[in-house]
Each structure stands twice: as structure tokens, then as C-alpha cells.
Write a protein that binds this ligand. Structure first.
Ligand code: HPA
Length: 280
């Protein structure tokens, strides 16, 4: 862990949220992906819930299946600050707006960021309902959230990305999966901007490039988190086989249905990881 920013809680939205959280000091940030928001309802012992709409100058969730609120509370004793619903590039937000929630979490003391997402399976053998721990990613969004003047209070101009997903946290996630007998694949997540799903030719190209799963999120948040020295761990729920692999059309409904079908093992896996985090 790097030292926290020299001037913590300087973003207006951080100050607002800090006031609402009172003396609750989150150590872990959790971002729940499409169809995965149930985790907050089912597993977080909430002390405070703050709708995004309440926060001055804060974006709103526009996607169905994203509640659009912060949930602060404990899971397995860990103080967690959770985004129940995230922001995506395809919604039209600027990369700076995607960076904001991660920087808010950092300002509030979050050291470990757990990212979840729904993704299409690209690697042969992936099945809808599988889980994949991210070992690495490919940014195919075509933009970087750190573009523009560097936010010196958070990190350096040219941050290292040689270990985007923390080695120890990945080992802990693997251990949680093994203890709970939940199969957990591991692989490379390729992020596209969306909102259209990919073409079959794109998926063939992505496979050649080394992608194991494809989705429309996570990578901007990971980059911003690494910039400000957070440790990151990310898990994909493979909700469908990627375009061209089944002969069927892709729909958001299929994504939501699969995420709902595996809600129990998914929640167990994330809770299992939270239970096994390294001590501060
Ligand atoms: N492609 C992109 N994003 C996704 C997919 C997909 O197949 N499934 C869930 N999110």
C-alpha cells in the first residue's frame, strides 16, 4: 500500500459521503456488476445507504439492474463500501466520471478494491454461470481514465500496470473458491466500450489477442485504483458465451438471467474472499 493522499477527503462528493458514513471507516471497496447488485441486499450488514442521486455532482446509474446507491456496512467483519451499481463508458460518462467513485473510496480510506462484472466467455470451454478471476486485462475501450492533467494527489503520471490484479488477493480468492468447492477459472478480461455486443469476427480477433472473457467495465476502475495505490481483485460472472459462439443472439436479459441463476455461489465466493482478506 502506498500512503494515502496527502489531503484526504478533498473531493466534494467524498466530503458528503464521509458525513453520511459518520465514524464508519471502510477498508474494502466493492463494485457490483450487472445483475450482481443482490450481494449488497443479501450479504452486507448495512450501516448506511446513500443513493447516488443524493450526492452533489455525482453521476446517476442509467442501466437496468443497477440500483444506483452506495451501501456501507460489514461483511464477515470487514468494513465495506459498496457501489450497488456502477457507471459505464457506454452510458456516455466521461472517463473522469468513471474515475470519481474509485477516488472517493480512496479518500474515505479504502485500501482493497474488489471489482465484479458480468462478462461474455471467449475462451473455449467457458460456460454461462462460470466464474473467472481476472489475472490481467486488455483495455480495448480506446480511452484511459488517467488521460489529462495528472491528479498528483492520487498518484504518479505514468503508473505501473505490470501487476494490475494483486497476487496475494488472487491467491486468497482461489483459496476461498477451493474451500467452498466453487469452480473458479482464471484469465484475461478484455474491455470494450459497448453498448453493442461484439461481432463474431471481433470475438475471434479478441481470442487471438489472448482474451478469455469480454465485458464493458472494470478496466477503467482498475486503472484508477492502481494509480492511487489500491490493491485490486476482480471476478467475472460469465453470463453468456460471446458473440458467434452459440448461433444465438445476445441479449441483456440473458446476462441478467444467468447472473440471477448463480447468485448464491457468486455471493458465497465474494463473501468467502472478504472473509479471507489479509489483515491490515
Ligand atoms: N460482451 C460484452 N459485455 C458483456 C457480455 C458480452 O458478451 N456479457 C456480459 N457483458
Amino acid at each position: 500500500m502506498d500512503e494515502p493522499p496527502a489531503n484526504p477527503v478533498h473531493l466534494p462528493a467524498s466530503r458528503f459521503l464521509a458525513e453520511r458514513l459518520g465514524d464508519f471507516g471502510p477498508r474494502v471497496g466493492l463494485v457490483l456488476g450487472s445483475g450482481l447488485g443482490f450481494f449488497a441486499d443479501e450479504r452486507i450488514d448495512a450501516v448506511s445507504t446513500v443513493p447516488y442521486a443524493d450526492i452533489p455532482d455525482f453521476p446517476r446509474s442509467t442501466v437496468e439492474g443497477h440500483a444506483g446507491q452506495w451501501v456501507a456496512g460489514r461483511v464477515a467483519g470487514q468494513p465495506v463500501l459498496c457501489m450497488q451499481g456502477r457507471f459505464h463508458f457506454y452510458e456516455g460518462y466521461g472517463m473522469d466520471q468513471l474515475a470519481l467513485p474509485v477516488r472517493i473510496m480512496r479518500e474515505l480510506g479504502v485500501e482493497i478494491l474488489i471489482l465484479t462484472n458480468a462478462a461474455g466467455g471467449v475462451r473455449e470451454g467457458m460456460r454461462p454461470g462460470d466464474f473467472m478471476l481476472l489475472s490481467d486485462h486488455i483495455n480495448f475501450i480506446g480511452a484511459n481514465p488517467l488521460r489529462g492533467p495528472n491528479a498528483d494527489a492520487f498518484g504518479t503520471r505514468f503508473p505501473d500496470m505490470s501487476v494490475p490484479y494483486d497476487t496475494e488477493l488472487r491467491a486468497r480468492a482461489r483459496q476461498a473458491a477451493a474451500d467452498l468447492a466453487i469452480p473458479l477459472a482464471e484469465g484475461v478480461y478484455l474491455a470494450v466500450s459497448g453498448p453493442s455486443f461484439e461481432t463474431p469476427a471481433e470475438i475471434r480477433a479478441f481470442r487471438t489477442l489472448g482474451a478469455d472473457a469480454v465485458g464493458m467495465s472494470t478496466v477503467p476502475e482498475c486503472i484508477v485504483a492502481r494509480h492511487c495505490g489500491m490493491r485490486v481483485c476482480a471476478v467475472s460472472c460469465i453470463t453468456n458465451l460471446a458473440s458467434g459462439l452459440t448461433g444465438e443472439a445476445l441479449t441483456h436479459e440473458e446476462v441478467a438471467e444467468t447472473a440471477d441463476r448463480v447468485r448464491r455461489p457468486f455471493a458465497n465466493l465474494i463473501e468467502g474472499l472478504l472473509t479471507r482478506l489479509p489483515p491490515p
